[in-house]
Design a protein around this ligand. Structure first.
Ligand code: DX5
Ligand code: ZN
Length: 220
C-alpha cells in the first residue's frame, strides 16, 4: 500500500496539535516534519522542542526530515523528542555510515535523502544500510513548489537499485506531490508520498486521503 505523509510545514501553526489530529482522523499514515536550519536550506522551520510538543497530539509515526548541516549534532535530540524515522541529507552528512548507524542504534528507522541535483549513483555505498531513501522532487526549503519532472526517472532508478540488490528499504518522495500526480509518482516506485500544501491547504483532509487511496488502489 502506498502511504501518505502530510507535511506540517503547510499546516496552520496556531493550531498545530489540532491539525495533526485532523490529519490522523483523515487517515494519514505518518506525519512528516521538516526541520530546516537556514544554512543547508535557505529557510528556518521547527526544531526538536516542537517535535516534543506535538508528540502528544497523535500516535502516528513521526517522519523527521532533517534539512540541516551537521545532523549528527542533533540526532539524539530528535530521538528523545519522539521521532520514529530520521532522515538526513546525503549532501549534509560527510560520515553517512556513522550517522545512519547511530540512528538505527537508537532504535529508529534511518533515511537518506538526495536533492534533485544529486545523482542516484551517490547512494551506491549507503543504500544497503538505510530503511528509507527520500528522493527530493523539489529543491528543499519551501512548501508549494512545482514537482520536478525528472524526479520520476530518479524514483524508478532508486526502486530498480533496491530490487536488484534485494534491499527492503522504502522509497519516499517529497515536494510538489498532489492528487493529480500521486499515481504517476507511486507507479514510478514510491512507497511513501509526502504532501504538504496539497494536503493542508485543502478544505477537507479526509477527502484528500480518500482520493489518494482511489488514485493508488490499482497500483502495483
Ligand atoms: C520541502 C519540504 C517538503 C515540503 C513539501 O523542502 O521537505 O516536505 O513541506 O511541501 P509541498 O508538498 O507543498 O511541496
Ligand atoms: Zn520534507
Amino acid at each position: 500500500m502506498v502511504m501518505i505523509a502530510p507535511s506540517i510545514l503547510s499546516a496552520d501553526f496556531t493550531r498545530l496539535g489540532e491539525e495533526i489530529r485532523l490529519a490522523e482522523e483523515a487517515g494519514a499514515d505518518m506525519i512528516h516534519i521538516d526541520v530546516m536550519d537556514g544554512h543547508f536550506v535557505p529557510n528556518i522551520s521547527v526544531g526538536q522542542e516542537v517535535v516534543r510538543g506535538i508528540r502528544k497530539a497523535t500516535r502516528l509515526p513521526f517522519d523527521v526530515h532533517l534539512m540541516i548541516e551537521d545532523p549528527d549534532r542533533y540526532i539524539s535530540d530528535f530521538v528523545n523528542a519522539g521521532a520514529d524515522i530520521i532522515t538526513v541529507h546525503l549532501e549534509a552528512a560527510p560520515h553517512l555510515h556513522r550517522t545512519v548507524q547511530w540512528i538505527k542504534e537508537s532504535g529508529k528507522r534511518a533515511g537518506v535523502s538526495i536533492n534533485p541535483a544529486t545523482p542516484v549513483w551517490s547512494l551506491e555505498n549507503i543504500i544497503s544500510e538505510v530503511d528509507i531513501v527520500l528522493v527530493m522532487s523539489v529543491n528543499p526549503g519551501f512548501g508549494g513548489q512545482d514537482f520536478i519532472p525528472e524526479s520520476i526517472e530518479k524514483i524508478r532508478t532508486v526502486k530498480r537499485m533496491l530490487r536488484e540488490r534485494g534491499i527492503e528499504a522504502l522509497v519516499e518522495v517529497d515536494g510538489g506531490v498532489k492528487i493529480s500526480n500521486a499515481r504517476e509518482v507511486a507507479d514510478a516506485g514510491a512507497d511513501v508520498l509526502v504532501m504538504g500544501s496539497a494536503f493542508f491547504n485543502s478544505e477537507d483532509y479526509s477527502e484528500v486521503v480518500r482520493r489518494f487511496r482511489v488514485e493508488n488502489q490499482v497500483s502495483p
